[in-house]
Design a protein around this ligand. Structure first.
Ligand SMILES: [Mg+2]
Length: 119
């Protein structure tokens, strides 16, 4: 089973993601960007879902740091801001795709399956 690291500070948002993904993937949680950077190394995820707005370290900075070590690890940005500038910032930081909150199961699974299939 592929492992997905869900970097999400909000418990309700994490539980929704976990509900969507738990039947098909092994889920690991990071509670902020710093935790995500550490778990990217320790837990060897196949893909990361990265909330952009988190305490301690945000998703943009975490993505940049993870990209130094893992240039090919699929990272999907998740954000409440659906503006083009936010999407652009996420992609420039190294994210492969972008999901706007509220995340739907269909959009989430489509993005993940597309990236894991390409890998
Ligand atoms: Mg957040």
């Amino acid at each position: 089973m592929k492992r997905i690291l869900v970097a999400e500070d909000n418990d309700s948002n994490f539980l929704l993601m976990n509900f969507i993904l738990k039947n098909n993937y092994e889920i690991i949680r990071a509670i902020n960007g710093k935790d995500a950077v550490e778990k990217a190394t320790l837990e060897h995820p196949d893909l990361i879902l990265m909330d952009m707005k988190m305490p301690v370290m945000g998703g943009i900075e975490a993505t940049r740091l993870i990209r130094v070590t893992y240039p090919d690890l699929p990272i999907i940005a998740v954000t409440a801001n659906a503006f083009d500038s936010d999407r652009q910032n996420a992609l420039e930081a190294g994210c492969n795709d972008f999901l706007a909150k509220p995340v739907t199961a269909a959009a989430c699974l489509k993005s993940i399956e597309g990236l894991l299939h390409d890998a």
